[in-house]
Design a protein. Sequence first.
Length: 276
Amino acid sequence: MFESAKVFLEKSNNIKPDIAVILGSGLTNFFDNENISLTISYESLPDFPQPTVKGHAGKLVLGKIGKKNIACMYGRSHIYEGHEPQLLANPIRVLKDIGCKLLIVTNAAGSLDQNMPAGSLMVITDHINWSGFNPLIGLNADEYGPRFNDMSDGYSNKYRSKLLDVAKKTNQKLFEGIYCMYSGPNFETPAEIKALKVIGGNAVGMSTVPEVLVANHCGIPVVAISVITNLAAGMNKTKLSHQETLENAALAESHILNLIKNFIQDVNLDDTSGNN
């Protein structure tokens, strides 16, 4: 067990969360204050790399949504910040150690589809890893998973179907698509965007894939949602900026967080033995 997991369980009086949520760029208001029971800065969690990017607060918060205990990561670290790839595995394994049975990942992403504009939500069906790295490279952590883990259901079909049902019931439009990861920190070039379209990508960003790889390795099913914050490079005349990402993520924040909260209250976690 990671030292950070011991710190969390000691401070939470051994309350184990049912579900973990990772908030992407610009998403900051997951819990109502009265539903928060514990807040721990990443600085107090020795296994957590420290985020340095605006829009990533760097704290792990325990709270309740309905009757379920939720651990929420307010912000994440990225490979472009200079962290060793293997360090990005640590927070997910800590979530495993403290008992999380399902991981919900969010991110801000650029759209490769003119019909999926800024403000849209896209549930991820699969990914293409063009980042050039994988946090599982190196000695295998046998206590968490096998050397060669399967990724054929990396984004759980079972829980994605449930999310789509919840979106339909609440009249929330939800696209489906393939997420492509580049390492960053620069935005992609127009030529790279054209290439991603050819191979089947629908959205592009600089995160999520490392967390999904590690979660699958240690047996945590994943649901992932992109907040579309802009059309990708070369698809309009506007220059891309992180400020635009933060502003458009904030505009869509209530939609994605309400969707996630409704999903959490409706989802059944009785059988999380696999991703199917």
